[in-house]
Ligand binder design. Structure first.
Ligand SMILES: [Zn+2]
Length: 323
């Protein structure tokens, strides 16, 4: 019961119903799901709860069977912008009802039950929130992490395009040296100093290849953008054959290439990748309480209508105070 989200064209897809639930009051047996999905749901709630150390509040969950599904015409253009502007849990719920679940599978039982310190250390967002797969249950924390991730990537892209100085980039990422054993084979393992790119909240993005260490910050930031997107896309995109176009004069023929994904989240990152490759402009919301990045279209200055209203009220208050 996978969906195939088309990426190179738009087409009809079949969407199963999704609902928002408070995670502490789900009765698995009472769900309107088939036996296999119930089994997955049980494991999913259990493993996510362990992985997030009980800090689960709300989640999005499959809420019905095939007969409850609805069809929609899906196009991934603009999907990323819509996703990046989700703010409240209500916004997230509406988005998931429209497009489905993200398609991130729950962590393995071996991983969440392990007592090995090295494996326990992998129970953090950057490891557990990125594995594409079939899912029936997704913690809201997983959604919020990816919304934030897409916003950070947009900010970095915005800074790279504006980079008249390095300052703007250093507001988003930093480069830190770590000492450790970084070789991939046991016999390569000796302690060395290597440079890492990380978000300013300390979350690591990647280890810089040695030949990049002396390069200008702008190039390092561009490389970082390319690599994050590569890692988000490479596992999620599939190719299929489209039309056969024959050329009677040469007797040759061409097969058109269709791209699609089973995972909504991969479709979102693919749209982000295309936004960057099309050199689209990013604008930071003019509401001083928001400043969210969004794809500029026309003369829009605010990420949504609520921000436009809020900015108006702030301006009014300022004039009142001055008047
Ligand atoms: Zn805004």
């Amino acid at each position: 019961m996978y969906n195939y989200y088309p990426l190179s064209h738009s087409s009809k897809i079949n969407l199963y119903p999704v609902e928002l639930v408070a995670t502490d009051c789900i009765e698995v047996e009472e769900q309107n799901l088939g036996p296999a999905s119930k089994e997955i749901l049980k494991n999913s709630i259990n493993n996510w709860s362990k992985a997030l150390r009980g800090k689960m509040s709300f989640a999005l969950k499959l809420a019905g069977l095939e007969e409850d599904s609805h069809q929609m015409v899906f196009s991934n253009t603009g999907l990323m912008s819509e996703f990046a502007s989700l703010k409240t849990i209500k916004d997230i719920e509406a988005f998931s009802k429209k497009y489905g679940l993200l398609g991130i599978k729950h962590p393995d039982s071996e991983q969440v039950n392990s007592q090995t310190p090295l494996i326990k250390a992998t129970l953090q967002p950057a490891f557990i929130f990125i594995n594409y797969g079939f899912s029936v249950f997704e913690p809201i924390e997983l959604w919020q992490w990816h919304i934030n991730e897409v916003q950070k990537i947009l900010r970095l892209y915005h800074a790279v395009r504006k980079a008249s100085s390095d300052e703007l980039i250093y507001e988003i990422v930093e480069i830190k040296m770590h000492s450790g054993m970084f070789g991939s084979l046991t016999e390569d393992k000796e302690i060395t100093d290597r440079y890492f790119v990380q978000w300013i909240n300390g979350e690591e993005i990647l280890m810089l290849p040695e030949h990049f260490e002396e390069k200008p910050l702008l190039e390092i930031a561009q490389y970082t953008l390319a690599k994050i997107l590569e890692s988000r896309i490479s596992d999620g995109i599939n190719l299929a054959t489209g039309d056969l176009i024959s050329n009677p004069s040469t007797k040759g023929f061409m097969i058109t290439e269709l791209r699609y994904t089973r995972y909504l989240l991969a479709a979102i990152y693919y749209d982000l990748w295309q936004t960057i490759n099309d050199s689209k402009n990013i604008y930071l919301c003019d509401n001083e309480n928001c400043r969210l990045p969004f794809v500029k279209s026309g003369r829009k200055k605010y990420c949504n209508e609520a921000c436009k209203q809020e900015a108006y009220r702030i301006r009014l208050k300022k004039t009142e105070r001055e008047g």
